[in-house]
Design a protein around this ligand. Structure first.
Ligand code: MLT
Length: 411
């Protein structure tokens, strides 16, 4: 008899975005005439074409693979030096992060889940997550047995939930209790909030005082407009001793389908073994990577490298400007109709309080069936997301203008 991992049975319903897809599919099946004009602002999936510099680099890499003289087979599991060096130079200049601290992957969703392999499971660590939160952090902890069952509101026993509310500008207060691993994501998915230098300093100080590790998800760093907002946790003194950073080419370079990201792990981040020995997290991750991964594909890594060319940087800047222009229009439309709006200034997500009396899923249904627009219900990101909805700014300008029109018509 093959026994299954019973932890999977604790998971609530389906993963949020496939669940939204299922509901949208049922709606369009029942209303085929609405399908063509349906606008999707749910999942944060990019819509604009891959930058030309990326395409050219990927074409050239494919041609190299098509020639016996320049063909390459397995690459280094941790990523090619050309990309690790480009990341270190372009993303971490002056921050004391070297190419060897960077591990290239097939994206941050996988990285944030996979990283749990190297930490003790089954209650060995007290895990803190924000609420609302990117659901991957919670579900992957449930899967490996770091939680008990969920309560009626979907909060899992054993996790420490850090409420992010309008009152704290969606940056959680430092907990009273001691935790071992803390997930932070800024600019934030889903609320679009950003964290100040002071707020991140308080978290780094807490982590150092409590011998905790911060898992810092900076997947939306490229969308920061305010130059005072830190782009990396390593801008904060002490972070090199207690933080891992996740970054992605998905949203800046349009790689959601191409797949490439990386984890940054300085040598000085350590954890404790059962016998009390200090062990380098980077060494563990490197070991795990060589065993379970054969590296992101060569053409993809060449494409990612091209993001850092002069042409690539200019093309990415245009994409960011496009999506942030969308966010501005969405913010303005929601404000104009009297809704309370957050985010969308340093992040491509606009977080909106539902009109009085409507829950997040009521709002999802109303937007779908009346406005023919897909949004994401805030409660899908956690109990504290109830009463909010998220609008993704990843779309064409034409669609965003139409969404603004429909918001004004139907709300
Ligand atoms: C989101 O919509 O929250 C993101 O697109 C999900 C992801 O990046 O996996």
């Amino acid at each position: 008899m093959a026994r299954i991992n019973d932890n999977f049975l604790k998971l609530k319903a389906g993963y949020l975005f496939p669940e939204i897809g299922r509901r949208v599919g049922a709606y369009t099946d029942a209303n085929p005439d609405k399908a063509a004009s349906l606008i999707k602002c749910g999942i944060g999936d990019v819509t604009e074409a891959l930058p030309a510099a990326v395409r050219e680099a990927m074409h050239a890499a494919v041609d190299e693979l098509g020639n016996r003289e320049t063909f390459r087979g397995y690459g280094p599991e941790q990523g090619y030096d050309f990309l690790r060096e480009a990341v270190a130079e372009n993303c971490y200049a002056g921050l004391n992060i070297g190419a060897g601290d960077i591990f290239i992957s097939d994206g941050s969703k996988c990285d944030t889940g996979n990283v749990l392999d190297i930490f003790a499971a089954d209650g060995g660590n007290k895990i803190a997550i924000t609420d609302p939160v990117y659901p991957v952090y919670v579900d992957t902890n449930v899967m490996i047995g770091n939680t008990g069952d969920a309560d009626d509101e979907g909060r899992y026993e054993g996790l420490v939930y850090l409420p992010c509310t309008a009152e704290n500008n969606f940056v959680p207060a430092i907990p009273e209790e001691k935790v071992d691993i803390i997930y932070l994501c800024y600019p934030n998915n889903p609320t679009g909030a950003s964290a100040t230098r002071e707020q991140l300093t308080a978290w780094v100080n807490y982590a150092k005082e409590n011998d905790a590790i911060i898992l810092y998800d900076a997947a939306y760093e490229a969308f920061i407009q305010d130059e005072n907002v830190p782009r990396s946790i390593y801008e904060i003194e002490g972070a090199h001793d207690c933080a891992l950073e996740f970054r992605s080419f998905s949203k800046n370079g349009g790689f959601t389908g191409v797949r490439c990201g990386y984890i940054t792990i300085p040598e000085t981040v350590t954890g404790e073994s059962a016998s009390g020995e200090r062990v380098s997290i980077k060494q563990l991750w490197s070991r795990r990577t060589s065993t379970k991964f054969n590296g992101a594909s060569y053409p993809v890594q060449r494409g990612a490298e091209a993001i850092f060319s002069e042409a690539g940087k200019a093309q990415v800047a245009e994409l960011v400007e496009h999506y942030m222009g969308n966010a501005k229009l969405l913010r303005e439309a929601c404000t104009e109709i009297g809704l309370k709006v957050f985010g969308g200034e340093n992040a491509p997500y606009v977080w909106v309080a539902c009109p009085e009396g409507l829950t997040s899923w009521d709002m999802f249904d109303k937007m779908l069936t009346e406005a023919n627009v897909v949004i994401t219900p805030g409660s899908g990101f956690g109990a504290a997301g109830e009463g909010y909805f998220r609008i993704s700014a990843f779309n064409s300008r034409e669609n965003v203008i139409e969404v603004c029109k429909r918001l004004k018509t139907y709300l």
